[in-house]
Design a binder for this molecule. Structure first.
Ligand SMILES: [Zn+2]
Length: 115
């Protein structure tokens, strides 16, 4: 992969999903621009997550700091770890980064598209 650029950071604000007292981590999913569904299915378990953590996550944080200060405030202290079960505890269909920070009221799901 050559130079990586951020194409889009979409933020979902979720509140109190799964009941009043359920705490949920912030999550971040990485998508590749123009990847087909079939390519995504084939590639989702071989993502270069180390490179994502070193290069993409800092770019996302910079983006949030500049354009999404309220979300940045919530997630800025996060340590992001890659999880095969980020979005689904049953199977590795939705790998992504999980923040070590749980937020009771406001958790964010970040859908990041890179090129
Ligand atoms: Zn699944």
């Amino acid at each position: 992969m050559g130079q990586i650029t951020l194409k889009e950071v979409r933020i979902e604000h979720e509140t109190k999903r799964g009941g009043e007292n359920k705490r949920t981590h912030h999550k971040m999913y990485i998508f590749i621009e123009n990847e087909t569904l079939l390519e995504n299915l084939n590639n989702r378990n071989i993502r270069p997550f180390k490179m994502y953590r070193e290069e993409v996550v800092p770019m996302v944080m910079e983006h949030l700091k500049r354009y999404e200060p309220s979300t940045y405030k919530l997630v800025k202290e996060s340590k992001w770890s890659w999880s095969k079960h980020c979005g689904c505890s049953m199977c590795p269909c939705s790998p992504g980064f999980i923040s070590d920070i749980k937020d009771h009221e406001n958790h964010r799901t970040l859908f990041v598209t890179i090129k």
